[in-house]
Design a protein around this ligand. Structure first.
Ligand SMILES: *[C@@H]1O[C@H](CO)[C@@H](O)[C@H](O)[C@H]1NC(C)=O
Ligand SMILES: *[C@@H]1O[C@H](CO)[C@@H](O)[C@H](O)[C@H]1NC(C)=O
Ligand SMILES: *[C@@H]1O[C@H](CO)[C@@H](O)[C@H](O)[C@H]1NC(C)=O
Ligand SMILES: *[C@@H]1O[C@H](CO)[C@@H](O)[C@H](O)[C@H]1NC(C)=O
Ligand SMILES: *[C@@H]1O[C@H](CO)[C@@H](O)[C@H](O)[C@H]1NC(C)=O
Ligand SMILES: *[C@@H]1O[C@H](CO)[C@@H](O)[C@H](O)[C@H]1NC(C)=O
Ligand SMILES: *[C@@H]1O[C@H](CO)[C@@H](O)[C@H](O)[C@H]1NC(C)=O
Ligand SMILES: *[C@@H]1O[C@H](CO)[C@@H](O)[C@H](O)[C@H]1NC(C)=O
Ligand SMILES: *[C@@H]1O[C@H](CO)[C@@H](O)[C@H](O)[C@H]1NC(C)=O
Ligand SMILES: *[C@@H]1O[C@H](CO)[C@@H](O)[C@H](O)[C@H]1NC(C)=O
Length: 379
C-alpha cells in the first residue's frame, strides 16, 4: 500500500513536471514552445517541459548560465537567451575538460540548432561554452553580446574549442570589436554568413578570415576601415564565394587608396553595395563615389609631374624677372647717357692728369743727376 502510494506520488510529480509550466512562463505543448519573457527571472527556471523545442528566456536578469540549467531538454532546437545580463557563460554542454572525451558524460541540449545570446554582457566565456554534444549548432547570435573588447579573446578560444564545424551563421555585429584575433574563425569550416557590422575594425589581416572557404556573406558595414591595403585585399580575395558589404566605413580618398579603388572596380560583382560606397575624407572628396576615385586618383601621379612643372615655372619666372631688371638697368643708363659721357670725360681727364703726373715723376726719378741735385739740395 505504502509502495503504491509512493509510486502514485512519484508519478503525479513526474506528470506535473512534464505537464506543467514553470512559474512566470507560458507553455504551449502544441507548438512545443515555452516563453519566459521579461519576467525579472534571475536564473533559468526549473521544470521546463521535455517536449520543448523552442525556448525563449529573454529580457530577464539572468547573470549566469551553466550546463545544469538545461538538463533533460533533449528536444530543444531553438534557444534564445537574448536581452538578459549574462556575464558568465560557463558550459552549454556538460564537458568539463577537453581531456575527458567520454560522450556518456554529455547531456543537455543535444539537438540545439540555434542559439541566441544577443543583447547580453558576456564577460567570461568558457572555452567550450558553445559545445553542443551533437555538433548540431547551426546559428549563433552574439550580436551586442560581448561585455567589452577583451571578451573577444575568450570568444576566439571558444570558437576554436567548441566544435562548431557545422555552424552556418555567426552574428557578431554591434560588439565594438577593434581587431579580430588571427585565425579566430579558422574552425568554422561550414560558415556561410558572418556578420561583423557596427564594430570598430580598422584593418583586415592575412589571417582574419582563414578557413572560411564556404562563406557566402561577409558584412563589414559600419566599421572603421579607412582603406583596405594589399594584405586585406588578398584576404578578401581568398573568400571566392563571398558577397561583401563594405558600406558606412570612413574611407579616406587620398593617394594611397588607388589599389583599393581599383580592386573595388574589379570586384564590383561581389560587393553588394559597391555602387553606394563613398569617400568620407578628405572633406573635399566627401560623398564622392569610391568607383569614380579610380579615375580621379590618376591625379596622384600627375601631382609628381605637377611639382616638376611648378619648379620649371619658377625658373622661367626667375629668368623673366632677371631680364626685366637688366632692361631697367640699360634704360637707366640710356637716360643718363649725357651725365655718363660727362663723367667718362672727367674720368678720362683725371686719368690723364694722374698719368702725366706719374710720367713726370718717373722722368725725375729716372734721371740720376736730377735726383742727386734733389738729395744734395735736401742736405
Ligand atoms: C522529445 O521528443 C520526442 C518526440 O517528439 C519524444 O518522444 C521525447 O519524449 C521528447 N523528449 C523528452 C525529454 O520529452
Ligand atoms: C530587454 O528587456 C527589458 C526588460 O528586462 C525590456 O524592457 C526591453 O524592452 C528589452 N529590450 C529588447 C531589445 O528586447
Ligand atoms: C563563472 O561560472 C563558473 C562555473 O559556475 C564559476 O566557477 C566561476 O567562478 C564564475 N565566474 C564568475 C566571475 O562569476
Ligand atoms: C544529431 O543531429 C542529427 C541532425 O543534425 C539528428 O538526426 C540526430 O538525431 C542527432 N543525434 C542526437 C543523439 O540527438
Ligand atoms: C541577432 O539578434 C539581433 C537582436 O536580437 C537581431 O536583430 C538579429 O537579426 C539577429 N541576427 C540573426 C542573424 O538572426
Ligand atoms: C573588460 O572588462 C574586464 C572585466 O571587468 C576588465 O578586466 C578589462 O580591463 C576590460 N577590458 C577593456 C578593454 O576595457
Ligand atoms: C552600433 O553599436 C553601438 C553600441 O556598440 C550602438 O550604440 C549604436 O546604436 C549602433 N549603431 C547602429 C547604427 O546600429
Ligand atoms: C601574413 O603576414 C605575415 C606578417 O606580415 C607574414 O609573415 C606571412 O607570411 C603572411 N602570410 C601570408 C599567407 O601572406
Ligand atoms: C573599371 O571596370 C570596368 C569594367 O568593370 C572597366 O571597363 C574599367 O576600365 C575599369 N576602370 C578602371 C579605371 O580600371
Ligand atoms: C551625400 O549624398 C547623399 C545622397 O546621395 C545626400 O543625402 C547627403 O546629404 C550627401 N552628404 C553630403 C555631406 O554631401
Amino acid at each position: 500500500m505504502r509502495v503504491l502510494a509512493q509510486r502514485l506520488v512519484f508519478c503525479a510529480l513526474l506528470g506535473s513536471l512534464y505537464a506543467s509550466c514553470p512559474p512566470r512562463c507560458e507553455c504551449s505543448e502544441a507548438a512545443h514552445t515555452v516563453k519566459c519573457v521579461s519576467r525579472e527571472l534571475r536564473a533559468v527556471p526549473a521544470g521546463i517541459p521535455g517536449y520543448t523545442r523552442n525556448l525563449f528566456i529573454t529580457g530577464n536578469h539572468i547573470s549566469r548560465i551553466g550546463p545544469e540549467c538545461f538538463k533533460g531538454l533533449d528536444n530543444v532546437t531553438t534557444l534564445s537567451l537574448s536581452n538578459n545580463s549574462i556575464i558568465n557563460v560557463s558550459l552549454i554542454s556538460l564537458k568539463p575538460r577537453i581531456s575527458e572525451v567520454d560522450s556518456n558524460t554529455f547531456s543537455g541540449l543535444r539537438s540545439l540548432r540555434s542559439l541566441d545570446l544577443s543583447n547580453n554582457q558576456l564577460a567570461i566565456i568558457h572555452p567550450e561554452a558553445f559545445m553542443v554534444q551533437n555538433h548540431s549548432l547551426l546559428d549563433l547570435n552574439l550580436s551586442r553580446a560581448l561585455y567589452n573588447h577583451s571578451s573577444v579573446m575568450d570568444l576566439a578560444t571558444s570558437l576554436r574549442w567548441s566544435s562548431l564545424g557545422a555552424l552556418r551563421s555567426l552574428d557578431l555585429s554591434h560588439n565594438g570589436l577593434i581587431f579580430l584575433p588571427s585565425h579566430i574563425f579558422s574552425h568554422l569550416t561550414s560558415l556561410q554568413r558572418l556578420l561583423l557590422s557596427n564594430n570598430s575594425l580598422v584593418a583586415i589581416h592575412n589571417s582574419s578570415f582563414t578557413g572560411l572557404e564556404r562563406l557566402e556573406v561577409l558584412d563589414l558595414t559600419l566599421n572603421s576601415l579607412k582603406a583596405v591595403p594589399e594584405e586585406g585585399l588578398r584576404e578578401l580575395d581568398s573568400l571566392p564565394r563571398a558577397d561583401l558589404l563594405l558600406g558606412e566605413n570612413p574611407f579616406t580618398c587620398t593617394c594611397g587608396i588607388e589599389s583599393f579603388a581599383l580592386w573595388l572596380n574589379r570586384s564590383q560583382g561581389r560587393i553588394s553595395d559597391a555602387e553606394s560606397l563613398v569617400c568620407a575624407y578628405p572633406t573635399g572628396m566627401r560623398n564622392t563615389s569610391m568607383l569614380s576615385v579610380v579615375t580621379l586618383t590618376l591625379g596622384c601621379h600627375q601631382s609628381g609631374a605637377g611639382a616638376d612643372l611648378a619648379l620649371q615655372t619658377s625658373y622661367v619666372f626667375l629668368g623673366i624677372v632677371l631680364g626685366f631688371v637688366g632692361l631697367i638697368f640699360l634704360f637707366v643708363l640710356y637716360l643718363n647717357r649725357k651725365g655718363i659721357k660727362k663723367r667718362i670725360n672727367e674720368l678720362r681727364d683725371a686719368c690723364r692728369e694722374v698719368w702725366e703726373g706719374y710720367h713726370y715723376r718717373f722722368e725725375i726719378d729716372s734721371d740720376p743727376r736730377l735726383s742727386q741735385v734733389c738729395t744734395s739740395a735736401d742736405i
